[in-house]
Design a protein around this ligand. Structure first.
Ligand code: PBG
Length: 334
């Protein structure tokens, strides 16, 4: 970077370029645009279900008929993509509903693609919502430590991803953090005729307290132990870079950093190091904190939301996953 000339003449006066709105826009380095947004949804069984999530004002568990309506509204204001989570009728010890051909996510994908072929449908590939114990993989019977067994879990994840692709998902997004899952999913997709289905890997996913509200929304809190034996420690940046490298070697097409706002340094390093399409997930508590403060009249919801998303873009994120996507799309229209 060139340093500005600091002598007495000519002087570099940064405020020169801030004098007029059009001038400020002309020299804007980073832009937010609707094409970058992804809106998450929580699909539940039934019809006409619209159940508010207490800790996420404005977010609902939706039956597929209602989900299609909200997705259509988002798409109408320009949101190009949705990310689906499912809450099944029954949970068990091997997450059977995660890869059932008539599972909740598989049905939601079919309904969305039928109604809106131009909407990109991304599916979260994880087992925690489908496991009776709430962990993201298989746990040995009687083990109360929450130590998920890695390799036997891979087959379930691969089956789940393939069943999403078979239902018509445009992108599959594994979020479990098992070692080797991107390779297992890639191999399975290729074998089943989905060589062109991209993988968006939750490559650097931290064990974060910012997921609290999500676990209410997805009914996926672990019943014992925690996720620290598979998700990353907030202290580790080098390890995050290694995790992303591994996922890229295994075949990830897009990599994600999650959460976003407290991990902007990781987003920056990942984008600078690999130059891959990079997604940032502004997770549930990032959304809820803004909502709560705004509800108290302490902050300007719109301004704070836009500033946080702009910061993620500045750090290097190409794709922004946010529960506020529909509002943001409207705000961007002016
Ligand atoms: C796991 C998953 C989680 C989130 C997305 N996928 C929660 C977790 O790891 O416990 C969190 C998203 C959010 O907080 O918005 N399937």
């Amino acid at each position: 970077m060139l340093m500005p000339f600091c002598g007495s003449f000519p002087t570099y006066r940064p405020r020169r370029l801030r004098q007029l709105p059009a001038l400020r826009r002309l020299v804007t380095e980073t832009r937010l645009s609707v094409e970058q947004l992804v809106l998450p949804f929580f699909a539940v069984p039934g019809t006409k279900v619209r159940r508010p999530i207490g800790s996420m004002p404005g977010v609902f568990q939706l039956s597929i008929d209602e989900l299609v309506k909200d997705a259509a509204q988002a798409h109408a204001v320009g949101v190009p993509a949705v990310l689906l989570f499912g809450i099944p009728k029954v949970k068990d010890a091997k997450a059977s509903e995660a890869f059932a051909s008539k599972g909740i996510v598989q049905q939601a994908v079919r309904a969305l693609k039928k109604e809106m072929p131009s909407l990109l449908v991304i599916t979260d590939v994880c087992l925690c919502e489908y496991m009776a114990h709430g962990h993201c993989g298989l746990v040995r019977p009687g083990d109360k430590t929450g130590r998920v067994v890695n390799d036997p879990t891979l087959d379930l994840l691969a089956r789940t991803a393939a069943s999403h692709a078979a239902a018509g998902a445009d992108i599959v997004a594994p979020s479990d953090m098992m070692d080797g899952r991107v390779r297992a999913i890639r191999e399975r997709l290729d074998k089943e005729g989905f060589a062109d289905t991209p993988i968006l890997s939750y490559a650097a996913k931290f064990a974060s307290a910012f997921y609290g509200p999500f676990r209410e929304a997805a009914e996926s809190a672990p019943h014992f132990g925690d996720r620290r034996s598979y998700q990353m420690h907030a202290a580790n940046g080098d390890e995050a870079v290694r995790e992303v490298a591994l996922d890229i070697q295994e075949g990830a097409d897009i990599v994600m950093v999650k959460p976003a706002l407290a991990y902007l340094d990781i987003i920056h390093r990942v984008k600078q190091t690999f130059g891959y399409p990079t997604a940032a997930y502004a997770v549930s508590a990032e959304y809820s904190m803004i909502k709560a403060a705004a509800a108290n009249g302490w902050i300007d919801e719109r301004a704070v939301t836009m500033e946080a998303l702009l910061a993620m873009r500045r750090a290097g994120a190409d794709i922004l996953i946010t529960y506020a996507a529909t509002d943001v799309a409207r705000w961007l229209k002016g």
